[in-house]
Design a binder for this molecule. Structure first.
Ligand SMILES: [Zn+2]
Length: 464
């Protein structure tokens, strides 16, 4: 639903099919605040450690634009919903750094201009007001971020929090998560920040990092050549890799903010805050720490696995079922994520369930199949959705555990290559690897490499 009306909020619907007098801004239509939207904003505020204000005020932000039929946007200005708070960002060396938040406020989205895709697009633009009134929160940081990498890390951490708290699907392509970046530079050692510019139109984390990097370099060049940075709003052009001026920066007083006369102050009771707090799940930072403590995972694994809630759930289910957390983490971080990316499908549509993955891990741990065979089995599990056990049994992939058979193969290989055997015995250690390769080839990779090594050393005698 919308922030002030009951229209559906659905991305991709035909233009202007999800509208009513309120979001169209027709005269006399009155806004009614959507309680659920406030609850979601509270979840975001609590998940980032903000202080929820008992009363906040919606105000009219006045400006003219064709996608804004009312001539103003209802937003919060002097008295936002929440203030303070911080997002913990993983810094180099596994350290964590707190990026402070200034505030979180609620506002409604504007419509969208359509410049292409219609027969008349060469002559004119259209306007789609389906999006007008979509509930938004704006999360504003203090000037704590020190460069493109840190900005990227902050956005990644913030996205994980919003996903875990189920505040937003964070789909950047559909505009569910957007980012404006303010950039300023100062001479090394100086306290005061220089004049800032704001970059808009950043629709991926990669673009954010690139745009900031470009803008820092541009500002440094301006300052070093004796010029002054002008406060302005810039657009990022990803194709040309540069920022282009959009408009000179407007000051807050240009918007003539004043309290929305059709809405009373938003009062949030302590009970409402408690209810929102209780509904929050374990958040990414807590879960990351728990994964390190409970499963002895390296910090890197824990942070990758806690980017998304379903990924963390998947790993945890596989780790519990297999009894081998590190191996489960390795499979999830490499094979599962790789296959999902290749197939462009979400984790929910994975043909390999956590229980099935755990089955595969157990087959390796028990020595039933080799690690190399496991990779092939995984590919087949992914293609067919079958269990590892069924595939291994049908295809006869179990590791050669028959010692006599393996000893015979080893003896055969050694007898068949007297020159290699002599060079090994003469001190050429690398020859052993060649023998291992031969044995693995003859056994179609089903021999246990460690055992093959032992048997070969015994059969060859001498050497190194
Ligand atoms: Zn509406």
């Amino acid at each position: 639903m919308m922030l002030f009306c009951a229209c559906a909020n659905r991305f991709g619907a035909p233009p202007n099919t999800l509208v009513c007098p309120v979001c169209l801004g027709l005269p006399g239509a009155l806004p009614v605040l959507n309680r659920h939207a406030v609850t979601l904003a509270l979840r975001a505020a609590l998940a980032t450690g903000c202080a929820v204000q008992p009363a906040s005020v919606f105000e009219r932000k006045n400006y003219f634009y064709p996608d804004l039929p009312k001539g103003y946007q209802i937003s919060q200005y002097e008295r936002p919903l929440a203030t303070g708070g911080a997002v913990q960002v993983a810094a180099a060396g596994g350290e964590e750094r707190a990026i402070r938040l200034a505030r979180i406020h609620m506002e409604e989205d504007a419509g969208k201009l359509l410049h292409e895709g219609f027969p008349w697009s060469r002559e004119k633009s259209g306007v789609d007001l389906n999006r007008a009134g979509v509930p938004l929160i704006e999360i504003v940081t203090e000037p704590d971020l020190r460069g493109p990498e840190e900005a990227h890390a902050y956005l990644t951490a913030l996205r994980a929090i919003l996903l875990f708290a189920e505040v937003s699907d964070c789909n950047m392509e559909e505009g569910s998560l957007r980012c404006d970046a303010n950039v300023s530079v100062r001479p090394r050692g100086a306290q005061a920040l220089g004049t800032r510019t704001e970059i808009k139109n950043l629709n991926s984390f990669r673009h954010v990092a690139r745009a900031i990097e470009h803008e820092i370099a541009r500002q440094v060049a301006v300052v070093e050549s004796g010029g002054a940075v002008v406060q302005e709003t810039l657009l990022w052009n990803p194709d040309r890799g540069e920022t282009v001026p959009m408009r000179s920066k407007e000051e807050a007083h240009d918007y003539r903010y004043f309290p929305e006369p059709d809405l009373p102050p938003l009062e949030v009771s302590a009970e409402w805050v408690d209810e929102a707090r209780r509904s929050l799940p374990e958040l990414p930072a807590e879960r990351r720490r728990r994964f390190v403590a409970e499963y002895a995972l390296p910090g890197y694994d824990a942070s990758v696995l806690t980017q998304e809630r379903d990924l963390a759930d998947y790993f945890e289910a596989a780790a519990r079922a297999s009894g081998n957390a590190k191996a489960s983490s390795n499979w999830v971080m490499t094979e599962i994520l790789r296959k999902l990316k290749e197939d462009e499908r979400p984790l929910a549509a994975s043909p390999v369930s956590p229980a099935a993955l755990a089955g595969l891990v157990r087959l390796v741990d028990s020595g039933t199949i080799s690690g190399k065979i496991a990779k092939d089995v995984f590919e087949r599990m992914w293609a067919t959705g079958e269990d590892a056990g069924a595939i291994v049994e049908r295809e006869g992939l179990t590791q050669l555990s028959d010692e006599t058979a393996l000893e015979a193969v080893v003896a055969e290989v050694v007898a068949g290559s007297p020159e290699q055997a002599a060079s090994y015995r003469g001190g050429k250690a690398a020859a052993l690897g060649w023998f291992v390769g031969q044995v693995m080839k003859r056994t179609q990779g089903r021999a246990n490499p460690r055992r093959v090594n032992e048997l070969l050393r015994k059969a060859l005698g001498g050497g190194v």
